[in-house]
Design a protein. Structure first.
Length: 119
């Protein structure tokens, strides 16, 4: 599935009438950001229990939780007027600069994409 298709289909399930006094865009931004953090927490909790508590990974449950993370990421992009594909490409471009030959500990420590800030 293409990111733009996913973003459009996910947006069909966004509410357009939150009914709050502050701007709908602000409320939707907060709602989506908190939802993203919550769902990422559910992914983390599932992995923690699966591995450290030795319950085993529940792969189907994990897939659903990752899907929820993607939904909130797409919703946040839609709310802010961002194209999810553009965000994905920006991230890949950053990673290509940071890790030109793929991940390495040395490149991770160098962080060539970050500029030093004076203290």
């Amino acid at each position: 599935m293409e990111s733009s298709d996913y973003q459009k289909l996910a947006a069909r399930t966004l509410t357009d009438k939150p009914g709050f006094e502050v701007s709908d865009k602000d409320i939707m931004t907060i709602w989506n950001a908190l939802g993203l953090a919550g769902e990422a927490g559910e992914v983390s909790e599932s992995v923690k229990k699966g591995i450290f508590h030795q319950h085993g990974l529940e792969e189907e449950k994990l897939k659903k939780e990752i899907g929820d993370v993607l939904w909130y990421a797409a919703a946040l992009c839609t709310t802010l007027g961002f194209d999810m594909g553009e965000i994905m490409q920006m991230n890949i471009d950053k990673l290509k600069i940071r890790y030109p030959e793929g991940f390495s500990v040395i490149d991770s420590q160098k962080r060539v994409d970050k500029t030093e800030r004076p203290t």
